[in-house]
Write a protein that binds this ligand. Structure first.
Ligand code: NAD
Ligand code: DAU
Length: 354
């Protein structure tokens, strides 16, 4: 039976994936109150949500998941019956420069959320849900064959994935120890609109547009399994309402691309969209020093969510990539806004001084 929730807390709702999840829930569930809690770090941006900000069932709260007292009070104020927890530090390269920040936000922040839910639901856990959004990176790095399934052993290899793996373990520990009604999903690489241009695809689109070098780590041979962000949001939707408590679900696109092949495809699309001669954008590709500990390949087996919950990706990659490029070209003001100020310092440190 489909669950029903009166008040849903979405954390990290001003970020890339969170904003798509907020939009979907606000529009699809007008009888539920959707509260978006976000600290608005460099990655959080309320401009991602201008189309839903005035909807009567939507409320934004600025706040920090590492502030325990604030989180406890928020649960008392709103009496949430479901939590969809996305707030996190999410960029692997930043975790290599600052692992502690990732432990604080992703591990301690998640424990604060779990404790607040446990306290708020102490009288009855019936009809409640704590849904933790995680990543396929917790499973480590694959060789040329095989896929991550829900039973693949955790083997995180970057400070980011170690912090996400740790938070996943705490979520499961609260299920086993305190019977907190939890569910976790582990998703592959997302792409789409509102993606912060520190990540490969939006960074490349931005640089190609401005005729700047497109940095490809190492030889560009690493492989990622790309999923359109709105398909991740639709998977989150089915898991919120029909996912089995205490379970984990792998979400992915069955869409593996070597980084260099992906960038070449993107260059071809950008040439077409910008009316450049074929091959012009590809000249911008620049191989740079590899990421430390760079995981070679991620690939998700999403059979469980497909069979159990009937979810499947809706878009082919080329179609999704074209839609994504169109969005960035039509939203230059958004791109200019997020790439001014601190982004310039980050870019200089990550790509010019490295
Ligand atoms: P993002 O970096 O774009 O957004 C993260 C959001 O969390 C931002 O809005 C930020 O302001 C907020 N936030 C950060 N620290 C906070 C704090 N202390 N308190 C409150 N809010 C805080 O990230 P994303 O790519 O949208 O990822 C969202 C979630 O999905 C993360 O948990 C990430 O691990 C997971 N995930 C991401 C991908 C991907 O491809 N991007 C894939 C699988 C899973
Ligand atoms: O797999 C899911 C994960 O995907 C999420 O959990 C993370 O939050 C998300 O950031 C993403 O991690 P990746 O490290 O795979 O994404 P990123 O876009 O940073 O890099 C994708 C690939 O491209 C990776 O092999 C590194 C490479 N890369 C990245 C950047 C930023 C480059 O070659 N050049 C670059 O400039």
């Amino acid at each position: 039976m489909k669950r029903d929730f009166k008040t849903i807390l979405i954390t990290g709702g001003a970020g890339f994936i969170g904003s798509h999840v907020v939009r979907r829930f606000v529009n699809n569930y007008p009888d539920s109150k959707i509260i978006n809690l976000d600290k608005l770090t460099y990655a959080g941006n309320l401009q991602n949500l201008t189309d839903v900000e005035n909807k009567p069932n939507y409320t934004f709260v600025k706040g920090d998941i590492t502030d325990k007292n604030f989180i406890d009070e928020l649960f008392i104020k709103y009496n949430f019956d479901a939590v969809v927890h996305l707030a996190a530090e999410s960029h692997v390269d930043r975790s290599i420069s600052n692992p502690t920040e990732f432990a604080i936000t992703n591990v301690i922040g998640t424990i604060n959320m779990l404790n607040a839910a446990k306290k708020s639901w102490a009288n009855s856990m019936e009809g409640k849900l704590f849904y933790h959004i995680s990543t396929d990176e917790v499973f480590g790095s694959l060789g040329a064959t095989g896929f991550f399934t829900e039973t693949t052993a955790y083997d995180p290899r970057s400070p980011y994935s170690a912090s996400k793996a740790s938070s996943d373990h705490f979520v499961m520990a609260y299920y086993h120890t305190y019977k907190l009604p939890v569910v976790i999903s582990n998703c592959s690489n997302n792409y789409g609109s509102h993606h912060f241009p520190e990540k490969l695809i939006p960074l490349a689109i931005h640089n190609i547009k401005d005729n700047k070098p497109v940095p490809v780590y190492g030889k560009g041979e690493n492989i990622r399994d790309w999923l359109f962000v709105e398909d991740h949001a639709s998977a989150i939707d089915v898991i919120v309402y029909r996912g089995t408590i205490g379970n984990t679900y792998n979400i992915g696109g069955h869409n593996e691309w070597k980084n260099i092949d992906l960038i070449n495809l993107l260059c071809k699309i950008m040439d077409k969209k910008l009316n450049r001669a074929t091959g012009t954008s590809a000249k911008l590709i620049t191989f740079v020093k590899d990421r430390a500990g760079h995981d070679m390949r991620y690939a998700i087996d999403s059979t469980k969510i497909q069979k159990e919950l009937g979810w499947k990706p809706s878009l082919q990659f080329e179609e999704g990539l074209e839609k994504t490029v169109d969005w960035y070209l039509a939203n230059e003001a958004w791109l200019n806004n997020v790439t001014s100020g601190d982004y310039q310092k980050y870019y200089e440190k990550q790509y010019v001084q490295r």
